[in-house]
Design a protein around this ligand. Sequence first.
Ligand SMILES: Nc1ncnc2c1ncn2[C@@H]1O[C@H](COP(=O)(O)OP(=O)(O)OP(=O)(O)O)[C@@H](O)[C@H]1O
Length: 245
Amino acid sequence: MTDIVRVEELYKTYEGGVTALDGVTAGFPAGSFTAVMGPSGSGKSTLLHCAAGLDRPTGGRVFIDGTELTATKDTPMTKFRRTRVGFVFQDHNLLPSLTVEQNTVLSLRLAGRRPDRRRVRGVLEHLGLGDRPAELPERLSGGQRQRVAVARALVTEPAVIFADEPTGALDLRSARGVLTLLRTIVHDHGRTVVMVTHDPVAAAYADSVLFLADGRLAGSLHAPSADAVAERLAHLGDQVGGVLA
Ligand SMILES: Nc1ncnc2c1ncn2[C@@H]1O[C@H](COP(=O)(O)OP(=O)(O)OP(=O)(O)O)[C@@H](O)[C@H]1O
């Protein structure tokens, strides 16, 4: 299967000398849902930010859909990101003064594209927001707000959606709804999703899990169950500095 996102020998050392990524090579196949897990400080967010072109690695290469981001200057990289990459963060980042529909088309507008209203309504419908296009975010539940964030990420038809703890601020039921939605957009609509999470139950919605420890890849699990993920996480400490699982 083709990798939509590929990182090769990725290194990131922050000012002050912290090495957050220490030679990570990984591929994320088209149409797959991958969770990235690891202890706090293991480099998950750094990996996501570097892979998404939000931050520059200190060394190594990042490819998205055949374009090498690491060989791209800042302005074209920003343009590429706006058109080809979708984001869903823990804090949904909706603008409070804009309606559901206006928030949904925000990234399209930032990319200088004219929204196709019928398509946008179609996406909202599909995400269970079809009857709330004119609602302001403050009148939505946390789960509904996160659905708007997913809608906003989807309408640009990105090559990949990166999600950083998308359910971290949600109650169990809303979290399940959002995770099911992410799984649906991957399995029924062929999207590619890479999600950072701390939660083994959330990770079990993914097709596979990549584990990080101390900025290095520390194994993977396919068709993960929450128990298997929790078990592996509990033993990650044993592997630090050691062998891949
Ligand atoms: N902007 C920064 N400047 C300096 N050090 C940083 C910066 N961002 C992250 N780090 C350090 O890099 C390492 C990896 O951080 P990162 O946020 O990628 O880990 P994480 O696995 O996402 O952690 P968490 O699960 O706690 O969010 C940590 O030691 C962190 O302190």
